[in-house]
Design a protein around this ligand. Structure first.
Ligand code: NG1
Ligand code: ZN
Length: 543
């Protein structure tokens, strides 16, 4: 992969930004960045008194040729934002300035440093993760390599290894066992004691690491006799499909198309529900073949299903736990109909800038914060004090009753939902348990509300840095002429809404359009994409 180590120009490393989700670009450009991230992780570990820091080598939903790296803090959270600029300085400085740059970010005094490294299934991920190891070891860190894992698994390993969550025994610090324990606890609260007629879920694994996780879950579900409630069928496993190519959550949600190998005909049985994860299994979207259309049940609808369920259980548990706050956090990519649906049910909706780190942070403001990006990245955060109260009440000998049942359900949700980051495998179990408790079909779930038709496109430009978005990334501050054109185009379609922003994970400008009809949404997206091409230095053929 890429140039030989000896040929790399260490005086001029590629200039990378710690974008929406770490450093990400063509894999051949990443050798130096990986070594430097290893070094930075060692320094961060010293800064945090020797606690373990995680490093995940992945480019998630990007094409296979790309790779990337994200840093995980000791509690399993994403790297503190204050350290992102330090990471950029260390990753991008000439080698001749490396020592002084490292010295300028090194604040910690701890004698030891410790780094946990994970990677996805990309062909170049192993070699790149070895560069991370080399960097961390060069600064004296102890390295644990947990191999091929999903991004949320790596977050879990770091959190558990540092003692921030109880370790269930089993591989990867008990990751799969803990999930299935919590899933079982939630199912136990169901009044319906038999299996489900629609227990099978086909999981499109995007040709990536998700397949291993699904295998681990399936085995445990079978061992515990839960396969009649949930039977997982993995599709597009590693080697069955090229990573993220015409399959996976990004393809399904952005192209609004079925994943490769899973058309209505391929499935062979009617009424099967499917879901797709992305290349590192931190995103999940559901889908099914309706009577005439391919229907997607996206992150907005996952949030709606979970928030309405949780709101009901919080109300039922009120005599025991009072009235904790509940909120849903969305981004500008959320369908307009989702917020209206939630507000009608008196669930508070807040907005954050695109990017998991912003959405996660905004969700922390609530006692129970449900956040999902439309693309399926999300989770349910439960504040530590509430979680402890639920655990205590749930462990007391029960007198039964609705409030007590609600406490058990909420406690199981808090255990199942990943507290660090969106997690496709945890979310899958959470959604399945709720569908099962509510005896809801995917068609009924999909019909919770009617979405406004939307379309997403991307356009390459000479320099996406020339596009300057406002704080919420819903409008452009510059170029002003492009924003004026977008406003005019949106106003020319009924219920038209459109915005563009430079991607933080791919070298493209993203276009989003929503309107009253499918035709209008498609037309508006195309018109806006043309405007980006004309007014922001489009590359390639004019759309
Ligand atoms: P960019 O490439 O900055 O749009 C994408 C997603 C984000 C987030 C990050 C990764 C869309 C439109 N954007 O970011 O929501 O998931 O990847 O964390 O889906
Ligand atoms: Zn991902």
């Amino acid at each position: 992969m890429g140039p030989a180590l000896s040929k790399i120009d260490r005086e001029h490393p590629p200039q990378l930004a710690y974008g929406t989700a770490g450093f990400r670009c063509d894999a051949t450009q990443l050798v130096i960045a990986m070594e430097r991230v290893g070094m930075l992780a060692a320094l961060r570990s010293r800064d945090r008194d020797g606690l373990k820091i995680g490093v995940m080598v992945t480019a998630s939903h990007n094409p296979h040729r790309d790779n990337g790296v994200k840093i995980v803090d000791p509690t399993g959270a994403m790297l503190a934002q204050a350290w992102e600029s330090k990471a950029e300085k260390v990753a991008c400085c000439p080698e001749s300035q490396l020592l002084e740059t490292l010295a300028s970010v090194a604040e910690g005094e701890a004698a030891s440093a410790s780094v946990v490294i994970g990677r996805d299934t990309r062909a170049h991920s192993r070699a790149l993760s070895q560069r991370v190891r080399a960097g961390a070891e060069a600064l004296g860190a102890r390295v644990e390599d947990v191999g091929v894992v999903t991004t949320p698994q790596l977050h879990h390993c770091v959190r558990a290894a540092n003692g921030f969550s109880p370790v269930v025994k089993g591989p990867l610090y008990g990751y799969a066992d803990a999930l299935v324990d919590a899933f079982e606890a939630l199912l136990k609260t169901s009044p319906h004691k038999t299996g489900r007629p629609d227990s099978t879920v086909v999981v499109d694994c995007a040709g990536g690491v998700g397949a291993f996780g699904i295998h681990q879950l399936r085995r445990r579900l079978e061992e515990r006799g839960l396969a009649s409630v949930l039977s997982l069928r993995a599709a597009n496993i590693v080697r069955e499909a090229p990573l993220n190519h015409q399959c996976g959550a990004e393809h399904v949600q952005k192209q609004r198309l079925p994943p490769k190998n899973l058309s209505r005909r391929d499935l062979g049985a009617p009424n099967l529900r499917g879901c797709s994860v992305d290349g590192d299994a931190d995103r999940l979207v559901y889908w099914f073949h309706g009577l005439s259309n391919f229907e997607i049940v996206d992150g907005d609808k996952i949030a709606s299903l979970l928030a309405v369920f949780i709101a009901r259980e919080l109300a039922a548990a009120q005599p025991l736990i009072g009235t904790p706050s509940l909120g849903v956090v969305q981004t500008a990519y959320a369908n307009g109909a989702a917020a209206a649906f939630l507000r009608e049910r008196r669930v508070e909706v807040a907005f954050a800038k695109t990017g998991v780190k912003y959405v996660h942070h905004a969700a922390e403001a609530f006692d129970v914060g449900v956040y999902f990006e439309a693309n399926g990245h999300g989770t349910v955060l439960v504040k530590e004090a509430l979680r402890a109260r639920l655990a205590q009440l749930d462990s007391e000998p029960g007198t039964g009753g609705r409030a007590r049942l609600a406490v058990s359900r909420l406690h199981a949700v808090a255990r199942l939902a990943n507290q660090s980051v969106g997690d496709a495998l945890a979310d899958l179990l959470l959604v399945e348990a709720v569908l099962c408790l509510q005896q809801k079909s995917i068609a009924a779930w999909g019909a919770l509300y009617d979405e406004l038709p939307s379309r997403q496109l991307k356009q390459r430009v000479a320099s996406r840095a020339l596009l300057e978005p406002n704080a919420t990334e819903t409008r452009l501050v510059a170029p002003a002429a492009l924003q004026a054109k977008i406003d005019a185009l949106a106003a020319s379609h009924k219920s038209g809404r459109a915005f563009v922003r430079p991607s933080g994970t791919e070298d493209v400008v993203r276009v989003y359009a929503e309107a009253a009809t499918r035709r209008d949404a498609d037309a508006l997206a195309l018109e806006v994409r043309r405007a980006v091409f004309d007014l922001a230095g489009g590359l390639g053929e004019r759309p």
